[in-house]
Ligand binder design. Structure first.
Ligand code: ATP
Ligand code: MG
Length: 434
């Protein structure tokens, strides 16, 4: 036996957050709305494991990114394999599509949702376990698919009642465009490297495009004069980008061009976008995405153009919480069962179960306390009706149904509106409550 120690208070790990019952109704509303929007757009759900071989993310996201370089939860399992808790969804979805030959069955319209893990500094809107909902359109090359993907995200957010959103748009061009731009940018920055912050100096070698994304104000000021990606786009890339913009205009989705927008992950090409809210402070991006034509090939699949996005649930829920002021109250039961006495309590359990099996939401008081106390709880539950089952009712083979809300009994008469129903007649209860 281990030596006796004082019992320490057990707590969740830093940055891993419990979702308490007061908050789950809002999450469920977001999830249901997302599901409905995906149904309308004919997008099917895919679920992949939370744990993957580390190599998937190293190859699929890139060693030079913050996500792979600094933020992954990686460990060796009992079989000596390096495993990683997924930091994002795209690499897993693509792995799965390749593994199961989905891509040979034609273009795939997929969505996923669930927890992601990144070892970051926790703050409002930034956690170590967080949740995303994401869309991946695999096998779609046309600029219209970029517009469609963005429209699905935009309409989903609008459908939830979030406003004050801004769509920022950029084109990262083809890999040739990026290689050309990278050279121009590195040349320009090397001549000014003494003015760069330490992080950006390191990125000059590892991942120079990410410097554009720097949060350092000095670096941002310096970058105002740097060459832009837009100048490096080949005519075909530029034309493609214009088609995407025209498509968004046709759908009346407003956007701003942001030549600094590069996205954190390495596999993006052409369209890159973010949807931001001014209500979120420093963690402003609710949804980010773009085209990743190179990824499927890079992970060993057939060359497949693709576009997708992921939205951050915590940030979205923060926004919705601000709009709605408070979390939704839990839905009240249809019926609150007040019951007391050994035989009556046993009968109440059977009766409540029968009603639940027929679809009613039934709150069964399990306290065995005095009727008065149970009635107080019945009132607080928000139920429209209380059902009373004591030994007297049981002896008569009935249940007494009492309306609880004043609108059912405006005169406030004691006993008004009460109904006796036979204990065995569940249909009568359902009819009465309908
Ligand atoms: P950021 O710049 O905020 O770190 P990112 O570029 O790393 O974002 P993506 O990988 O594009 O984020 O993920 C898409 C979305 O997921 C983000 O726009 C954000 O809403 C959400 N998200 C990303 N990381 C976190 C996190 N640690 N906690 C909560 N939400 C997150
Ligand atoms: Mg990040």
């Amino acid at each position: 036996m281990p030596a006796e120690r004082p019992v320490e208070k057990l707590q969740s790990l830093r940055g891993l957050v419990d979702l308490l019952p007061a908050h789950t109704p809002l999450w469920q509303r977001v999830e249901a709305t997302a599901r409905e929007h995906f149904r309308r757009a004919q997008v099917d759900e895919i679920r992949t494991p939370l744990l993957e071989a580390t190599e998937l993310f190293a190859r699929g996201i890139g060693e030079a990114t913050d996500v792979v370089g600094k933020e992954m939860y990686t460990f060796t399992d009992r079989g000596d394999r390096s495993c990683t808790l997924r930091p994002e969804g795209t690499a897993s979805v693509v792995r799965s599509a390749i593994q199961h030959g989905l891509l040979s069955q034609g273009p795939q319209r997929l969505w996923y949702g669930g927890p992601m893990f990144r070892y970051e500094r926790p703050q409002a809107g930034r956690q170590r376990q967080f949740h995303q909902i994401g869309l991946e359109l695999l096998g779609f090359a046309d600029p219209r698919s970029d517009v469609e993907a963005i429209a699905i995200a935009w309409d989903l957010l609008a459908g939830l009642g979030v406003d004050g959103l801004a769509l920022e748009l950029n084109s990262l061009g083809s890999s040739d465009d990026r290689a050309r731009y990278r050279q121009a940018l590195v040349g320009w920055l090397e001549a000014r490297s003494d003015q760069l912050d330490a992080d950006s100096q390191a990125r000059l070698v590892s991942n120079p495009l990410r410097i554009l994304d720097s949060k350092n104000p000095g670096t941002q000021a310096l970058l105002a004069g740097a060459p832009t990606l837009a100048d490096a786009l080949a005519p075909e890339s530029r034309q493609r980008f214009e088609q995407v913009q025209a498509g968004l205009q046709a759908l009346e989705i407003p956007f701003q061009l942001n030549p600094r927008l590069v996205r954190g992950l390495d596999y993006y090409s052409h369209t890159a976008f973010e949807i931001t809210s001014s209500q979120l402070g420093a963690q402003a991006t609710v949804c980010g995405g773009g085209r990743y034509d190179g990824l499927v090939g890079q992970l060993g699949g057939p060359d497949t153009p693709a576009i997708g996005w992921a939205l951050g649930m915590e940030r979205l829920v923060l926004l919705l919480g601000q709009i709605e002021g408070a979390d939704h109250a839990a839905r009240p039961p249809d019926l609150y069962v007040v019951n007391r006495g050994d035989a009556a309590e046993a009968a109440a359990l059977v009766w409540a179960r029968g009603l639940r099996q027929r679809g009613l939401a039934v709150d069964l008081d399990a306290s065995g306390s005095a009727f008065g106390k149970q009635f107080k709880r019945a009132d607080r539950s928000g139920a429209a009706w209380a059902a009373v089952l004591g030994d007297g009712e049981l002896a008569d083979g009935v249940v007494r149904l009492k309306p609880l809300r004043s609108d059912q009994n405006p005169e406030g008469d004691a006993g008004a509106g009460e109904q006796l129903v036979p204990l065995a007649d569940l249909a009568a209860v359902i009819q009465l409550l309908a």
